[in-house]
Structures are given as C-alpha cells and as structure tokens.
Write a protein that binds this ligand. Sequence first.
Ligand code: NAD
Ligand code: SIN
Length: 469
Amino acid sequence: MTGDLISTEPATGAALWRGPIGDVDAEVAAARAGWAAWAARPVTNRIETMRRFANVVRTKAEAFTDVIARDTGKPLWEAQAEVDSVIAKVDISVAAYSERTAQRRLDSPMGSRMALRHKPHGVLAVLGPYNFPAHLPNGHIVPALLAGNAVVFKPSEKAPAAGAFLIDCLRQAGIPEGCVRLLVGGPAEGKALAGHPGIDGLLFTGSAATGLALNRQFAAHPEKILALEMGGNNPMIVWSTPDLHAAAVLVVQSAFATAGQRCTAARRLIVDNALYEPLVAEIVKLANRLIVGAPHDNPAPFMGPVIDNETADQLTESFLAMMVQGGRPIRHIGRPVADRPFLTPGIIDMTTAARGDVELFGPILQVIRTDDFDAAIEEANNTRYGLSASLVSQDPDLYDRFWANARAGIINWNRPTNGASSSAPFGGIGWSGNHRPSAYYAADYCAYPVVSNESDAARATIGIGLRDG
Ligand code: NAD
Ligand code: SIN
C-alpha cells in the first residue's frame, strides 16, 4: 500500500483521520536503534514513565473517548470504559511484572547464589484489532515496554485513529521515539512487519484466519516469540434457573454488547428444551428494546454499528445462509439504515440445522435446544475454538460438571461470557490462541527467564576421580 490511510466513522461515513502508510523497514530500524537504551534503564524508571503515560491518558480521557467512539462506532459510555482500561493497565502490568517476571533468589548449593532474572526480547511487533483499538494493543504494549522491549505497533486499518492517539500519549509521557513506533497500514504492512528479520517477536490480537497464517509463518522461527490472541465461537448454556429475566439479560449482554464485536461474545445459546419458549420470549422482548444508534446519540444506545458496510453485508448474508441450512429465524437481523452498517440483533434456532464452526463477529445469536445436560456440554465443546463459555444455572452441581468438562480459557457461572478482567490471565485454547494468554500473563511473553549461578570468586575442587599428583 502507498499513499494515505483514511479512517471513516462507521456511524456517519465522515472522514475522521488520515495518515501516510508507513515504511516497515524504517520503523523496525528505528526501534532496533532505540531499544537497548530503554532496556538499560532501571525498571523503576520505566515504571515511572509508564505511570506518566497513565496520567497523560487521564488528562486526555475525553478526547480519547471521542476518538475511540468515532473510530469504531461504539457508544460513548463504552469508549469511556475502554479509556479507563487503558489507564488501569499500567498499575496492573506493574504488579504482573513484579509477580511473574521480577528478580528472585533461588537456593543454591556450595554457598553460591542463584539468581532468576528476566530479559526483554528486543523489538516486538504488535498487531491490533479494530474492536478494542486502544485497550487490546495497549495490553501488549504496556507490559512489553515495562519489560524493556521496544515496540512497533500497527493498529487495525479499520480503526487507526485510536491507535495513533495511543502512541501520541506514550510519546507525551516521555517514552523515547525509538522505543515505540507507529506503523500505519493494512494486512500487507502487517505481513511485512511479521516477516521482518529485525523483529524478535510478534504479539497479535485478531482473527483466527490471520493468527493461523502467522503461526505457519513463525513455525520457521522458533527463535522469535509469538503470542496469538484470536477469536471464539463461545457457548452459553442456560439450564435449571428460576429467574428467566436475569438469564435473558445475561444472554443479551453476552451476545450483543459492542454489537457482538467481542472475541468473548456468546455466539451459541444452548438451552434446556423445557426453558426454551419462555427464555427465548424474554430474550426477544429485551432485544426489541435495545437502542441501536450512533455513539453520541441521546438517549445513549446499547450498541452502535458494526465496523463497516462490508462487514454488515457479510453478517446479513451469513444469517440468510443459516436459514438456507435449515435455521429457523427467531428474530431477523435488521439493517435499519440502508447505507450505514447498523445492525439490529439477529437470533436464529439452529437445533436441526447444519451448523458451521465459524466466528460470526457481529450481533447474531444461534440457539440450540437439547434435553440432556451432558449433550449441552458436548454441544458447547463442539467447536475448534475455546475462548469463553458460561453456564446460567442455580445448580452448583451442574456448574461443577460444566467447569470440569467445558473446554475454554474462561469458564463463567451466572455471569456473561464477555467482560474479561485485566487482572486475570486472558486467553483460550484451540483456535483461540497459542497458549500465551494475555492480560495479567502478558508479562510472561514480554521477557524470557535467565538463571545465573553466581559466586564472588572462583572456588572449585574436584573431590573424586583424580590420580594423585
Ligand atoms: P484481523 O485478523 O483481520 O486483523 C488484526 C490485525 O492483523 C490488523 O492489524 C490487520 O491489519 C492485521 N493483519 C491482517 N491480515 C494479516 C496478515 N496476513 N499478516 C499480518 N497481519 C495481518 O482481525 P480484526 O478483524 O481486526 O479483529 C477482529 C478479530 O479479532 C475477531 O476474530 C476477534 O475475535 C479477534 N479478537 C480477539 C481478541 C482476543 O484477545 N482473543 C480480542 C479482540 C478481538
Ligand atoms: C474482547 O477483547 O473482544 C472482549 C473482551 C471481553 O469483553 O471479554
């Protein structure tokens, strides 16, 4: 790609931001030149600098919220929550750094000392998604910088303004230019960055399709760290629960928050046949009341548009394709504004239909009925992904069975599938990741352990196996 990348607001189509497509070689070279001095600073200095970054974001919170809302179309209240997560990430990452990768003394024989320390990898590439264009890349960038790496960050081409704002805040906090580089571009620049010999690793958040391609590419490079945070086809089971309104709220929050554009969104509702009719009636009643609108609308919308018209078209077509496969629509997905990507929630009964295992990244919920709880768990696990899963039930024994048998990195009980905490590890199994969970455990992939057996002077004897001499 050459020329400028232009970001338009999904809700209005107005141009929001433009920036020149970056030069991958130049950005990597700048980071290579910058990282050693950053790594050599005392960690207390890097912590101070990152705390200044949190303060810069605090002072710019309103403007940052506005940019995220316009860039993605998400409601202002939700963009504000994203900014709060960006700020909170610093203290959480400082705690994670010291808990998981700080220096330790280990027992050692013969009066010597053994030290466990961690070193940064060097230059880490970060590729970001569009749904949380600040919070999720920030979840790689802050721990990577704290550990002493330099970062080349390529935000999503679908929401670059939020990424550019994030980098401005880091710079204003005093992080040297060589330590954090912004690479503007799309998949071509992402591919070139991932394959660049000057990077020491790649921290990726995005789709399984891209993640699997990167995994293949990095198979030839065991010397580089690769962290993949990918998508999900997440199940929510509702079974043996008296409060169907509360259950419906949990389903709606899980499936339709952020217009379904969360990796942890519930895609499949698996429900006891006995609860099906009344539960679905509650869900539809609630879905009918959800306000779908632009970020700054008053009253505030529950959800905004999806990211662009192409995505809205694909989701609408996927809903129709599921009907062709035998799905029975419970609530048709709607496209209330012809030329903008607003969608209203779509709900479809897929119990007797042929079901594909794809992540439909938007407000579509598939419903599957069954009579048997073991069959419900089997259905929940009927996916190559394994990010998030939730059970709504008043029966703790059912939760025990669910927890023991569900295959996912997040297993919740009477809570939504989404809303993951930054204070805990965040990642999945199967096609949801490569066993390098992010959030609290991001510290683990931002540094590698070095063990040193140390003594002030060379003192050594061979006590056995020597001839007299
Ligand atoms: P995407 O995979 O299309 O793009 C992600 C990033 O990779 C972008 O910066 C893009 O430009 C770049 N890219 C695309 N193709 C590339 C290639 N071949 N080589 C290198 N880089 C490439 O993802 P998206 O559509 O922006 O984001 C939505 C996806 O992200 C969903 O699947 C969602 O589930 C997932 N996601 C996962 C998490 C998580 O933490 N597990 C969080 C949020 C979103
Ligand atoms: C996401 O990162 O896409 C969602 C995080 C969450 O809400 O659980």
